[in-house]
Design a binder for this molecule. Structure first.
Ligand SMILES: Cc1cc2nc3c(=O)[nH]c(=O)nc-3n(C[C@H](O)[C@H](O)[C@H](O)COP(=O)(O)OP(=O)(O)OC[C@H]3O[C@@H](n4cnc5c(N)ncnc54)[C@H](O)[C@@H]3O)c2cc1C
Length: 375
């Protein structure tokens, strides 16, 4: 019998747990430890901030969902894994102390490095957690005139919600009859193509920005924020009345000082999703050291590959499943021109770009699908 431990109840952890439960017999024990009982469908946090959905629409109870798949769920805080001793240190929660494993999947996501930008905590909104999105929702209710600045910082590995939020603000203000009183600007540390897969997406994005009367300011790497002004490392600055930024990302704090991270703090894995230098340990999702954007569909594929290889090892076979890094994104523009891009990141190949109402709708359906299928 193998004792498989999964750390984290996000996209990667949930998909891996489900795959393992399907493949392994009931004589093996699968346990998931996560901080909260709820799974959150993060791509819908923009809709939450703009009052289009409520928390119940984008979450479900993991304990119940995992029980149905005979995965034991434990609500607890993880301090760090100890790969040399095949255990995980759990300071508090439903269990405490050292939890041992035969096979481990590390899927704790990334760290939001708000502390890297002086003034971020005090002056900027973000929408990367439920509470932050709800706080931003309150600010939006009280915002009627002035300059709205949205953006992503250097090392933020996620630009999609910034564009979606700017387009949603445009629509909300038009509905309220207040659009004339507001200027909307997006700032980014590099060119428009940077975090969004390259030049292919630029014409469609420029059209969407023009349609929504949103200005994009490139090469604005935010490095300081005060009560009324946001500053860039290039010396530029911009006054704002409402500020929402995606903070820099960093590797998961729980993996630091364990000898399994790259110089940026992300967990080092090979294409089989095995942690390099650690025995019977895998990692998947935002926590791993692959370059480029950090997205949910990547976490899902990586979770599947990790699960297939763990199961193979448990069954005495070679781990053969390999992950292929590709970008797939939908920018829900809210109207007829939502943008879909698919592009290989490791291999040569054409990008596929599509536009139309269907893609925004498909993203919404995806949220419903996760709630229905996985709950
Ligand atoms: C606003 C927003 C919009 C997005 N839009 C898109 C999009 O349009 N398309 C797309 O593909 N992706 C999108 N993403 C990215 C996507 O949500 C992430 O890539 C995905 O959630 C990563 O999955 P993960 O399993 O690696 O990590 P997470 O989903 O972050 O899960 C990590 C899990 O670990 C738990 N955890 C963390 N630390 C601890 C600890 N110390 N102890 C116990 N438990 C812990 C957490 O509670 C969580 O359950 C968006 C994200 C956000 C925030």
């Amino acid at each position: 019998m193998a004792n498989v431990l999964i750390l984290g109840g996000g996209f990667a952890g949930v998909v891996a747990a489900e795959s393992l439960a399907k493949r392994l017999g009931s004589d093996h024990q699968i346990t998931m430890i996560s901080r909260h009982q709820e799974f959150i469908f993060y791509p819908s946090l923009v809709k939450l901030a703009f009052g289009q959905v409520d928390v119940a629409d984008l979450s479900y109870n993991l304990r119940e969902a995992m029980l149905d798949r005979r995965v034991k769920f434990i609500e607890a805080e993880i301090a760090y894994p100890d790969p040399d001793n095949n255990c995980v240190i759990v300071p508090h929660g439903e269990v405490q102390g050292k939890v041992s494993y035969d096979y481990l999947l590390f899927a704790l996501g990334r760290h939001l490095a708000l502390e890297d930008i002086p003034g971020f905590y005090d002056h900027s909104h973000h929408l990367l957690t439920v509470n932050a999105a709800l706080k931003f929702r309150e600010a939006l209710k009280n915002f009627h005139a002035g300059h709205a600045v949205f953006g992503y910082c250097q090392d933020s590995r996620l630009a999609v919600p910034v564009f979606e939020a700017a387009f949603a603000l445009d629509r909300m203000l038009k509905e309220r009859g207040e659009r004339e009183q507001v200027t909307i600007t997006i700032v980014g540390p590099e060119k428009l193509s940077g975090q969004l897969g390259g030049e292919e997406v630029v014409p469609a994005l420029q059209q969407a920005l023009a349609d929504h009367n949103v200005e994009f300011v490139a090469e604005f790497p935010v490095n300081k924020i005060t009560e009324k002004t946001v500053f860039a490392a290039t010396g530029k600055k911009m006054d704002y009345d409402l500020l929402m930024l995606v903070p820099p990302f960093g590797g998961p704090g729980e993996a630091q000082y364990t000898g399994i991270t790259d110089p940026n703090g992300y967990v080092r894995v090979d294409r089989h999703m095995r942690v390099t230098g650690a025995y019977r340990m895998y990692a998947a999702g935002d926590c791993v050291n692959f370059l480029g954007p950090k997205m949910g569909h990547m976490a899902v594929l990586q979770g599947m590959v990790a699960a297939a290889n763990m199961a193979a090892e448990i069954e005495g076979q070679e781990p053969e499943a390999r992950y292929n890094h590709e970008l797939m994104l939908v920018i829900d523009e809210g109207g007829k021109d939502s943008i879909y891009l698919q592009k290989p990141l490791w291999e040569e190949g054409e990008a596929s770009l599509k536009q139309g109402r269907f893609w925004g709708w498909a993203k919404h359906v995806h949220q419903k699908y996760w709630q229905k299928i996985h709950a």
